[in-house]
Each structure stands twice: as structure tokens, then as C-alpha cells.
Design a protein around this ligand. Sequence first.
Ligand code: TRP
Length: 324
Amino acid sequence: MKKRVLTGDRATGSSYVIGAYIGTLKNRLELQDEYDTFIFSADYHSLTTDLDDSKKLAKNAIELVKTQISIGIDPEKVTFYRQSKVPATFELHVILSMMTQMAELERQPALKEKLAQGKKLTYGLMGYPVLMAADILVVDSDLVPVAKDQEAHVEMASDLAKIFNRKFGKTIKVPAGLIGEVVIGLDGKGKSGKSTGGIFFSDSTEEVRKKVMSMYTDPNRIKATDPGTVDDNPVFIYHDYFNPNVEEVNDLKERYTKGTVGDVEVKEKLFRAVEAFLEPIREKKSEIDALGDDHILDILKKGEDKVNPVAEAVLDRVRGAMGF
Ligand code: TRP
């Protein structure tokens, strides 16, 4: 039997940033043949920050599936579903919450980040990693591809599985993370993401041009003839990720370091590379858009019919081990 990959996204936006390709989408694409891959929309997780926009979440979930299909994630191979349609998750969440230390939750870097952004500390936000552990454990996941910012959450899921197994006997599969890089924002700060911004798969050519042209570079370089640094320089970081022409990138780096190339040429070449990456994806996306939302809803429902029995069986084991 194939091992299971599981991952998901909050439905807080209707498209991914291209940085997500590096962090997790590429891994989904590469693993889909070898693994029984489950990909879900963490729609209830989105409520931790987007409660007022709950009506958007269903549509966003559909759009995110469309974008994944347009980059080559194949709905014939992968099981897509919505968290909210898998009720066993929420029962497991309650059980896991009984073995979660508050101190553990308080230390989570992702929580600290959200609080720093001014988000209210609800019970739901505090328990975010427990719900995520339930998502992971309820379908017997082996491997969880996420970007580095989610690594601690996957570790918590593994820890909770081990804690449960120590108490009640070996019942829950212990998953491992597959950690991708976090891509920084266009301004060189923080991470690029659905809520923090960046270049989106849904951006038009004009939008991509504008964003690339306004990217931050070496702040200490005033004139094109000043020697610049390429390390920690967003334009070169994006070149390394998205420009497959290594020779061109190396040439630009060399000239940038010497002060013999202007920002405009560096950005123009990055713009072209990003466009070459996005163009076939845009084309595929418009084909998928033409099939309509019902087509995606059918894919999701089929996925939910497959996932629910898997999750019910895991929950039955858990209940049994505890004597319920
Ligand atoms: N927290 C993840 C994110 O923000 C989304 C998520 C929720 C997830 N549950 C998950 C990812 C389970 C992997 C596995 O990106």
C-alpha cells in the first residue's frame, strides 16, 4: 500500500503566492505519483483569523483547488476535500486537547506572530495546532509537506500521537514533516503569503511587472555603478527560485557585485522568468475556470466520500483504545 501524504491550506485567499510553490506546492506535485496524497482546505482553521469573512471561504477553497490543478496537481491522483466536511476531525480534536499542555501552545512561534499582528487571542486561535494535529492524525498521515513556518505544528502533531500511544497503546500513526523553504516578501521582510502578499498565481502580466519593478534590492546601493550585494537581496533570491537560466543569473550576480548592471535590467530579467513560469499555469487555469465551480465541487465531494471512511476508522480505533 502507498504511504499517505497529507497537507492543506487555510482558505484565507483565492490564490497562492508563487512563494508557496517553493514551500509546499512543488512537493505536492512531486509526491503525487508515489504517495496516496490528501490535500484539504482548512476552512475552519481560517476562522481563527477571518471570522468576519466566513462567507468567502467556500469560494476560496474552490479557487485554491483550481490553481493546484493548473500547476499540475492531478485530481485523478490526489484526493481533495474540505476539513469542514470531515467531522471525525473535530472529535479527535477534543480528545487531543485533553493531552495538550497550555505551555506548549503558548510557545508556538506562529501564535506569537499572529498576536504581534494584532489578532485577538481566542480559544480557537490558541488551539490552532491541536486542530492541525487532528487534521494530520485522523487520516493516518505518513508525511506532511509544509513550509518551515509550519514545522513546529507538525512536530506537535507527532508529539501528540506519541503521547496518545504511550497512554493508550499504539493506536495513532506518527507522522513526519517534509519541510520546504519559506520565501520572503517582495520588500525583503517577513514571508510572502496569502495574507502578507507577494506575486500571486492570479496576477496579470501587468501586475507581475509592477510588483517585480517595485521589489526591494540592496538598500545600500544608490547608483548602478555602486557595487551591490546579492545575499539577502529579494530580487536575487527570486531569481534563484524562479529563473531556470543559471548562466544568466550568475552573470547578473557578478555584474551586480561589481556595479556594472542596473536594477532595471536585473528586474526586467526576473519579470521575464516569472512570466515564463506563470504563463502555462494561467492558460491551464482559464481552461479549468471554463469547466465551472460545479466541476470542482464534484471533485471535493468525491474526495470527502473517500476520506470520511478513513477518518471514521481512525477515530474508531482511538475511541476503542480509550474504552469508549
Ligand atoms: N496551518 C497550515 C497553514 O497555514 C494549514 C493547515 C491546517 C495544515 N491543517 C493542516 C497543513 C494539516 C498541513 C497539515 O499553512
